[in-house]
Design a protein. Sequence first.
Length: 205
Amino acid sequence: MSGAADLDAALAAVAAGRIIVIVGDRLRGGDIDLMCAARHVTPQAINFMATHGRGLICLAVTPQRAAQLGLSLVNPGTERQTGRPFARSIEAAHGVSTGISAADRAHTVRVAIAEGASAADIHSPGHVFPLIAKEGGVLARPSACEASIDLARLAGAGDAAVICSIMRDDGEMARIDDIGDLIAAHGLAVADIGALIDRLAGAAA
């Protein structure tokens, strides 16, 4: 398929609550991520990411949602940024046990993105790692954090997403050529950030 057709397939998958792969992150050396819309997160989705992604499971949120939750960047400067705009880690204030299980992490995500959620609904530190996207999305910052939110929005699936970077079996970071079997086995759609930028830039023109 073309990049545009691949993007359409990925958006349909996001809208249906499925996990996709994001490629083309320009700020993290080409690392790739699993992603699902936060409103569709389930314990099974978290477990899939932990099993097949093996990276850190993060919740990408808008600056407005972060402010609503009382979250700010751990390191607001640019000199020591890692490519991931981390806020402090969080846990749901109620309804979790140790916080690390797939069910607990899915619950924390649901609490954090609930309408009317506030700082009183979360505790820190926790086992979910929020990322605060840059205003303007991938057109302002071409990375998986912003891409995941833009994809969720385009798919009509809210404005928050769960992402997890993908590691190979040997512990090195995976590239798209490393995960062909995973994509085939689970029917994962692939969204390229470059195609997403083209789509959004065209719409803004």
